[in-house]
Design a protein around this ligand. Structure first.
Ligand SMILES: Cc1cc2nc3c(=O)[nH]c(=O)nc-3n(C[C@H](O)[C@H](O)[C@H](O)COP(=O)(O)OP(=O)(O)OC[C@H]3O[C@@H](n4cnc5c(N)ncnc54)[C@H](O)[C@@H]3O)c2cc1C
Length: 271
């Protein structure tokens, strides 16, 4: 149930050992949230938000390479604060420009942060405290406060510390978004890669536009692998989980090769 990353990989693995798989999805396409398609202008769009593939596991790369070639890259993201583009995640260059400093070494950065961070916080109780403890109020207000609200539809003070803890802090000038050893985009897109996995495999039948509730009593199956929302699976009997609150708008710009210099620019203010 669900033809996203989890569903497609499991279908392929089971199909490869001779199991018959019915892969269903309520959407009209496979690839789940990683779905991409070419728009009328030939631009590859990640419909449900940008997906950066990365892994530290050679066996994951090897497995997926059966279904795709890659465009390797180091992802770079900038944050636009007060009309200026800053390195993000926060690194030494971000701090130097934002605070008008001239920090040169890792020790300089640590000493400077020690002066701005909130030392009264012991174990952070929420995502706001997590950032305040690490980099202090000014950075929190400029780079994290509204951004977190936009992403999660709620204050950082109401979120678990792990939400902001996953964003690294760099003491050097490394501007790479991620540290993983292999960072690459599937050359023809994610959808093509997943098609390579599950389409044309005689052990896998794909049923799209098929909601779990409508299908489950009509089909006989020995085992179910459910990859949809867990709260939905239990009929919301324990309530609804909070999910990220992103809304995507796609716009086309003509007469220019690139609309912006970097593939992702965050606008962490109220705009
Ligand atoms: C905005 C955004 C950005 C992300 N960026 C990255 C990134 O850069 N790198 C990265 O590694 N990961 C990223 N992720 C995470 C990544 O999308 C997920 O880890 C991955 O999609 C999980 O795959 P999945 O198969 O578990 O779920 P999904 O891809 O969500 O697939 C589940 C499928 O189940 C189907 N389904 C659900 N309910 C039903 C139902 N009742 N009946 C039938 N079908 C149903 C859905 O339609 C969906 O196709 C991002 C996620 C989001 C939302």
């Amino acid at each position: 149930m669900g033809a996203g990353v989890g569903g497609c990989v499991l279908a392929e693995r089971l199909g490869s050992i001779g199991k018959k798989v019915l892969l269903i999805d309520k959407r009209d396409h496979i690839a789940g949230n990683a779905f991409d398609y070419h728009d009328d202008h030939g631009v590859l769009i990640h419909k449900y938000g940008p997906h950066y593939f990365r892994t530290n596991f050679p066996e994951v790369r090897e497995y997926l390479s059966q279904f795709t070639d890659w465009i390797e890259q180091r992802y770079v993201i900038k944050s636009c604060v007060g009309g200026e583009l800053y390195d993000f995640p926060i690194n030494r260059r971000t701090l130097n420009r934002f605070f008008g400093q001239d920090l040169k070494t890792e020790e300089d950065v640590k000493a400077f942060l020690d002066g701005v961070r909130d030392k009264s916080i012991g174990i952070p109780k929420n995502a706001e405290e997590q950032v305040l403890k690490l980099v202090g109020r000014k950075i929190y207000d400029a780079f994290f406060k509204e951004y977190t609200k936009k992403q999660w539809g709620t204050d950082a003070a109401d979120l678990d510390p792990t939400v902001t803890a996953r964003i690294p802090l760099r003491y050097n000038e490394d501007e790479a978004y991620l540290n993983d050893s292999f960072q690459a985009m599937p050359k023809e897109g994610y959808t093509r890669m997943f098609e390579g996995m599950v389409k044309g495999n005689r052990n896998i039948t794909i049923l799209l536009n098929a909601g779990y509730a409508q299908v489950k009593d009509r089909v006989k199956f020995k085992k179910l692998i459910y990859t949809g929302p867990i709260d939905e699976y239990f009929g919301y009997k324990h309530g609804r989980l909070k999910y990220r609150s992103l809304r995507f708008e796609h716009r086309s710009f003509s007469n220019q090769e690139y609309h912006q210099k970097y593939s992702q620019i965050n606008y962490p203010g109220k705009e």
